[in-house]
Ligand binder design. Structure first.
Ligand code: PGA
Length: 249
């Protein structure tokens, strides 16, 4: 087993600033580094800091290559709740990433095209040389990407049905529209293929999932626990998300 690196910050913003500084150093060494990107509330402070660095310090992110973890399906790319819209408005436009270099699974593909779309997505990751740094959030139920509880460690990119807790949480973003029933996600084995993984978790609502991931059984009931099979994982938490860990109790 591999001991994860644990970093605890007073706030999500402090964690975002620290991680952004790390990414800045990484990109200075390798401008076209391949990063796996998450969406959702968790990376917001990080992305805001990447945008600030671009604006105020002229940091150039435009050669970074990226692959998003997941997308809702079925969903039009222009829907305001799509992860493509999220990336455009929170990262690509404000921080000057090149939209052509940041790939996102499409929520628009027809049922009969899904397998080919996913195979092409995986082939582009391979052609890019694999993901160097996979950034992740963790769901209330311990999911990573849309790998809901029950997802095996061997799972690869695929179409999955979303858990009720995941759909409920997304409801606010969808307004009057139904939250899609499914998502396309990289699998747990794809995530474990990354050279390095950094997981962010903030707020008391994540404390139980963080505790299960770091101190519970390593099995599919908490997909994030399977990250303990990876040799190079860093957890960036705020004090609230860390509050149930044994070291504080
Ligand atoms: P959140 O979602 O960042 O919106 O809390 C995290 C996740 O579900 O992975």
């Amino acid at each position: 087993m591999n001991a994860p690196h644990l970093q605890i910050y007073p706030t999500a913003q402090a964690a975002g600033i620290a991680l952004a500084a790390e990414l800045r150093a990484l990109v200075a060494r390798q401008p076209d580094v391949v990063i796996g990107f998450p969406t959702g509330g968790t990376p917001r402070q990080l992305y805001a800091e990447l945008a600030r660095l671009a604006r105020e310090d002229k940091v150039d992110w435009s050669q970074v290559r990226g692959f998003n973890l997941d997308e809702y399906w079925p969903l039009a790319s222009e829907h305001p709740a799509s992860f493509r819209s999220f990336m455009l408005h929170n990262l690509i436009e404000p921080a000057g990433f090149d939209a052509d270099l940041l790939r996102i699974p499409s929520g628009e593909v027809a049922t009969e095209e899904i397998d080919a779309h996913i195979a092409a997505y995986q082939a582009s990751i391979r052609e890019a040389g694999g993901i160097y740094l996979q950034l992740l959030g963790i769901g209330l139920n311990g999911h990573i990407g849309f790998n809901e509880p029950g997802s095996p460690a061997t799972s690869r990119a695929r179409l999955v049905e979303l858990a009720e807790v995941t759909r409920n949480r997304a409801r606010a973003q969808f307004g009057e529209d139904e939250v899609p029933s499914h998502g396309i996600t990289l699998g747990i084995a794809d995530i474990l293929d990354a050279e390095r993984v950094t997981v962010m978790a903030f707020g008391a609502e994540k404390a139980q999932a963080v505790c299960a991931a770091l101190e519970g059984a390593i099995d599919s009931s908490c997909p994030a626990s399977l990250l303990r099979r990876h040799p190079n994982v860093t957890w960036m938490l705020d004090t609230e998300a860390a509050q149930e860990l044994g070291m504080f109790n």
